[in-house]
Design a protein around this ligand. Structure first.
Ligand code: KIV
Length: 291
C-alpha cells in the first residue's frame, strides 16, 4: 500500500504474486517464525514470506549454532507455523546435514518439509554443490530459495560469522554462486552480510527475487529474525539488526508483576475463581465436618 497502512485484506501470496511484486517495485517483507501464535501475527500484518529458519536452533532451542538442529525439530516448528498461516508463503530451512550429501537426500528432505510440514518452498544454503541439490529439488516440483553470503551452516569454514564478499575475488565468486542458483531455478535468493555495493552489483545481474539481511537496501525484500527484530534476543546483536520493539523488557515487566501478585496473594482475585451452587457446597461441607 502506498499510504503506509498495512493491507490486512491482502490475499494469498504465491510465487506469481511475488514476481509481480518485484516487477512493480513493491518491497517484499520476510520474517522468521517458529510457532503458531507468531505465524498468526505475521499473517495479521500481511507479511509476504514466513521462514521457519534454522536460526530456531539458537533463538528457540538454545543451541550455540544452527548446526545441531535436526529435521524432526524443524519439522515440528514448521507444522506449528503452517497451522497459523493462511496468506503468507511458508518457506522452511533444510537443516545442516539433511541435503548436502546427495540429490536424493535433498529431494527426500524437501519432500518431508512440504508433505509433513506443509511448507510451500524450502531454503538451502551456499552455492557450489548446493546448486545441484537446488536443481534436483526444483525438478521434483518444490520451489527453492537459495542463500549466499554469510551462510551460518558453513560458519566454521567461512572463518566465523563475518561479512562476506569483501574482496573483488570473493565478491565475484559470491555473484557467480547466486547466478548459478538462479540458473538452477531458484525463485529467490537470500543475500546475507554482504557489503551494500556488492549487493547492488549482484542484484543488477539477477532476475530472480533477492531478499537481504545485512546486505543493504538494493534487494527486492528484507528478512530479519523474529526474536531479534522484536527485542526478545538479549546480548550481542548483528550490526544489521534494527530492534522494532522491546518484548524482553515487556515480558520481564509482566512476569515480575505476576510473580509479585502471587507472592502478595493479590492473584487470583475473586473474579478469577469459579463458584459452586450454595446447596451443593453445604452438602459437600456436611461430608467433611471438620473442614
Ligand atoms: O535461519 C534463518 O533465520 C535465516 C535467515 C536469517 C535468512 O536463514
Amino acid at each position: 500500500m502506498s499510504d503506509g497502512r498495512i493491507d490486512t485484506e491482502r490475499k494469498h501470496v504465491t510465487l506469481a504474486s511475488l514476481a509481480q511484486q518485484k516487477a512493480s517495485g513493491e518491497p517484499i517483507v520476510m520474517v522468521t517464525a517458529y510457532d503458531f501464535p507468531s505465524a498468526r501475527i505475521a499473517d495479521e500484518v500481511a507479511v509476504d514470506l514466513v521462514l521457519v529458519g534454522d536460526s530456531a536452533a539458537s533463538v528457540v532451542l538454545g543451541y550455540n549454532s544452527t548446526v545441531p538442529v535436526t529435521v524432526d525439530e524443524l519439522l515440528m516448528l514448521t507444522k506449528a507455523v503452517r497451522r497459523g498461516l493462511t496468506n503468507a508463503l511458508l518457506v522452511a530451512d533444510l537443516p545442516f546435514g539433511s541435503y548436502e550429501a546427495s540429490d536424493s537426500d535433498a529431494v527426500h528432505t524437501a519432500q518431508r518439509f512440504v508433505k509433513e510440514g506443509g511448507a510451500d518452498a524450502v531454503k538451502i544454503e551456499r552455492g557450489g554443490t548446493t546448486t545441484a541439490r537446488a536443481r534436483a529439488i526444483i525438478e521434483a516440483g518444490i520451489p527453492v530459495m537459495g542463500h549466499v553470503g554469510l551462510t551460518p551452516q558453513a560458519a566454521t569454514s567461512l572463518g566465523g560469522y563475518k561479512v562476506q564478499g569483501k574482496t573483488a575475488d570473493h565478491a565475484e565468486r559470491l555473484i557467480h554462486d547466486a547466478l548459478d542458483l538462479q540458473a538452477a531455478g531458484c525463485f529467490a535468493i537470500v543475500v546475507e552480510a554482504v557489503p551494500a555495493p556488492v549487493t547492488e552489483l549482484l542484484t543488477s545481474q539477477l532476475d530472480c527475487i533477492t531478499i537481504g539481511i545485512g546486505a543493504g537496501s538494493a534487494t527486492d525484500g528484507q528478512v530479519l529474525v523474529w526474536h531479534d527484530l522484536l527485542g526478545i534476543t538479549t546480548g550481542h546483536l548483528a550490526k544489521f539488526v534494527r530492534t522494532f520493539a522491546d518484548l524482553h523488557t515487556e515480558t520481564v515487566r509482566g512476569l515480575t508483576a505476576y510473580t509479585n501478585a502471587v507472592h502478595n496473594r493479590d492473584f487470583p482475585a475473586s473474579e478469577h475463581a469459579y463458584t459452586i451452587n450454595e446447596d451443593e457446597l453445604n452438602a459437600l461441607r456436611a461430608r467433611f465436618p471438620s473442614g
